[in-house]
Design a protein around this ligand. Structure first.
Ligand code: T1G
Length: 705
């Protein structure tokens, strides 16, 4: 079905295109557009052409799904289509509305005139997916707005208000509302003039050269090297823009093309494109159609005003949803309220929130000591101590007071949501909403689907997550769900490596060089070492077969819980969040090693990274095969948004596939020969072993992305 139509308005051909959902310029659209444009050029009754999008949107650019496939190069490729427009003997006017991004903006730059609605946003976001504008954008944009502005637009990758371009050759007019009538008027005016010989204004005929180009490029390069060392695209963008200022247009176009193809096949661009689609896939649930009716969520209640509870309350307040915050004692309640108010005041001080907005937000908070006050809440979220008995008591009470149809959510980070639901008369209304600390900042939300959770409760919670600006990932019920179940194996290997000879700083440095925001020991000091201690104690009772190094227990026995106690794996100084190596910890580890009689050895950074990352991958493969995660890319999103995994590596599953699953399994076999690293754990998960053996990929398993 063609998404391109052409209609006449006097002597102007109005060509409208728009493949849902975002008018991306896929092969079919490009082919149909080229046909309609060529027909308009050939039609003697047509003096000018207007190109416009559909549904209030011009275009989101090239179809990213085509990248790396023949469709992307299928004639006419985007560059050819733009040359067809630019070389038209009749003026082509682009009518820009909504978003006009990437190849969509490049198509508009190939037109002779552009008219934009005042709400339109223009941008070249290719750098955000590890690319550069590959259809002439790096050559035409500098010629229209100058090198400095082009550097900012292309390296920033942001969608910018069209009004910023008023007065530049890029934009002929900014109009209120629908830009098509104004574009038709302009086309009707210009058509006869150009028919009678007035030269058509083409970006390619302008110059981007200028006296300050060289220092601008030098500054841009230095900034890119410092800020984006792991990302190849920014420097290539600068190279392409330099070509616009120093080479002929056609030579510059050839340079751009070559740099674009180079970037297309970098692991970083593949990872960023993977993350782009992975983020959008998380909200797709195989047996819960998008048409599932949602329950209203206009008010919330949070039970527990501790760090998590107050963070969760803040998240709702930020979304403009009133919150009842309940505690069992006034002292605890006031502590929570103070924490919330301090955070809001801090946002005002940093200029992130106006005083008026802060006041409005603060007024939505309703502290209470009485469960009865929660009776009207649409969703009630429990955030009390991570102990099953305590949580079940709270849910039994919520079951008594909550109105019919209210969603009862637990913020448990590991416990069995089904066991919590079982103490209520309404297990279908019970769901897990595992926020990550600090809850008002971390994007990740694990939505834990219980055995009885109703589909509309799940759909409503997923929709609510978007309102709360969270990336929600559905998890089934298991100990630790997705993220914490995997991180447990990651931590176990980190502790084993302490026994074997590595130091906390060495291990942290190795994974931070790999790209993690924080290594396991700094992360544990931040979250609190007592959390892991509590889980290990539970493990010892419930799963004594799970081997753990005891070095972390020795640390906790000294009360070294991390930043909150001023000492953990590292020493901390008042008012200073830096982690300092601790002679006490060094001595503790040495004593522990002696008690083990464990052979000491130098562990290189490669082994540290491989053991930690492949521990994640091996556990993830089990999670995927058990159906706890819907798809591998969901697991990647958990690690990209909740655990500081480097986005330029796409997540543990994406990274493992980039390395090669066969290579990963071979490396795991090496680790299984180490008597101290829990050899049994390094038996490849059945799914991983199968895929490695037959050359399969993780994304062939589970729900469609
Ligand atoms: N290609 C293919 N699919 C796309 C797409 C694209 N460019 N943009 C969005 N989608 C899909 C998306 O996966 C989702 O699919 C649906 O559309 C709605 O997206 C040669 C090389 C336009 C601001 O980087 O920024 O041009 O989940 O949920 O919140 O130089 O989409 O429904 O199946 O994000 O309303 C450059 C990327 C491409 C723009 C709309 N362009 N897109 O946001 O919807 S490369 C981009 C966006 C290029 C040339 C280069 C946003 C949006 P599904 P959504 P939204």
């Amino acid at each position: 079905m063609s998404f391109v139509t052409s209609a006449r308005d006097g002597a102007v051909a109005v060509i409208r295109f728009g493949e849902p959902p975002v008018n991306s310029l896929g092969r079919e659209t490009r082919l149909a557009l080229a046909g309609e444009i060529a027909a308009a050029i050939a039609d003697p009754a047509v003096l000018a052409i207007v190109l416009c999008g559909r549904n209030g949107l011009f275009s989101a650019g090239a179809d990213i799904r085509e990248f790396g496939t023949p469709a992307m190069l299928a004639a006419p490729n985007l560059g050819d289509l733009i040359v067809l427009v630019e070389s038209s003997p009749k003026p082509v006017v682009a009518a820009l509305e909504g978003t006009c991004l990437g190849g969509g903006l490049e198509l508009a730059l190939g037109c002779h005139y552009r008219v934009a609605s005042d709400g339109a946003k223009l941008g070249l976001p290719e750098v955000k997916i590890g690319l550069l504008p590959g259809a002439g954008g790096t050559q035409r944009l500098p010629r229209l707005i100058g090198v400095e502005n082009a550097l900012n637009v292309i390296l920033g990758g942001e969608a910018l208000p069209a009004k910023l371009f008023v007065g530049s050759p890029l934009l002929a007019a900014l109009v209120a509302g629908d830009p098509v009538p104004a574009a038709v008027t302009l086309a009707a005016e210009r058509g006869p003039l150009h028919r009678d010989g007035e030269p058509l204004p083409k970006a390619r005929d302008r110059s981007a050269a200028g006296p300050n180009v060289e220092p601008l490029l030098l500054f841009a390069r230095n900034t890119a090297r410092a800020a984006y060392a792991a990302y190849p695209a920014p420097l290539k963008c600068i190279d392409a823009i330099e070509a616009a200022a120093t080479k002929s247009f056609d030579e510059g176009l050839a340079t751009e093309r070559s740099l674009f193809v180079e970037l297309m096949f970098t692991p970083v661009s593949k990872a960023l494109r993977h993350a782009f689609f992975a983020e959008r896939a998380t909200s797709k649930i195989a047996d819960v159609p998008e048409s599932t009716p949602l329950r209203a969520v206009n008010s919330a209640a949070v039970i527990g005003a501790g760090t998590m509870g107050s963070g969760i309350a803040l998240t709702f307040l930020s979304a403009g949803i009133p919150v009842h915050l309940l505690e069992t004692s006034d002292e605890a309640l006031q502590r929570g309220v103070a924490r919330i108010r301090q955070t809001i005041e801090g946002q005002v001080k940093k200029g992130r929130l106006t005083l008026e907005a802060a006041t409005t937000r603060g007024a939505l908070l309703k502290p209470t000591l009485h469960y009865e006050d929660l009776a009207d809440a649409d969703i009630l979220i429990e955030a009390v101590f991570e102990e099953m008995g305590v949580k079940q008591q709270v849910f039994a009470r919520l079951d008594q007071v909550a109105k019919a149809g209210a969603i009862l959510a637990t913020n448990t980070s590991t416990l069995d949501v089904d066991a919590i639901a079982a103490v209520t008369s309404r297990p279908a209304d019970v769901i897990g909403t595992h926020f990550f600390s600090p809850a008002n900042i971390m994007k990740l939300l694990e939505v834990v689907r219980g055995r009885s959770t109703a589909k509309d409760v799940l759909a409503t919670t997923m929709r609510l997550a978007k309102t709360l600006r969270k990336t929600a990932v559905v998890s089934g019920v298991c100990d630790g769900f997705i993220g914490n179940r995997m991180i447990e194996q990651y931590i176990r290997q980190a502790l084993f490596m302490l026994d074997e000879g590595a130091s906390p700083m060495q291990i942290d440095a190795a994974v931070e060089a790999f790209g993690f925001a924080m290594g396991p020991f700094r992360m544990s000091d931040l979250a609190g070492n007592d959390i892991g201690w509590h889980i290990r104690k539970r493990r010892l009772v419930e799963h004594p077969e799970i081997i753990y190094s005891e070095v972390a227990d020795r640390l906790c026995e000294l009360g070294r819980f991390g930043q909150k106690t001023g000492a953990g794996w590292y020493d901390y100084r008042k008012g200073d969040r830096n982690a300092y190596p601790s002679p006490v910890v060094d001595a503790l580890i040495a004593t522990h090693r002696t008690s083990l009689g464990c052979a000491q050895r130098v562990i290189d950074a490669r082994e540290i990274v491989d053991r930690l990352v492949y521990a994640l991958v091996n556990e993830a493969a089990k999670i995927l095969e058990e159906g706890i995660a819907q798809r591998a890319s969901d697991i990647d999103m958990v690690y990209l948004t909740g655990y500081g995994f480097p986005v330029y590596r796409g997540g543990p599953m994406c990274y493992a596939e980039e390395v090669g699953l066969y290579t990963v399994v071979l490396r795991m076999q090496e680790f299984s020969r180490n008597p101290h690293g829990d050899p049994a754990f390094w038996t490849a998960a059945p799914l991983l072993a199968r895929l490695a053996a037959n050359g399969g990929a993780f994304n062939s398993v589970g729900a469609r992305s």
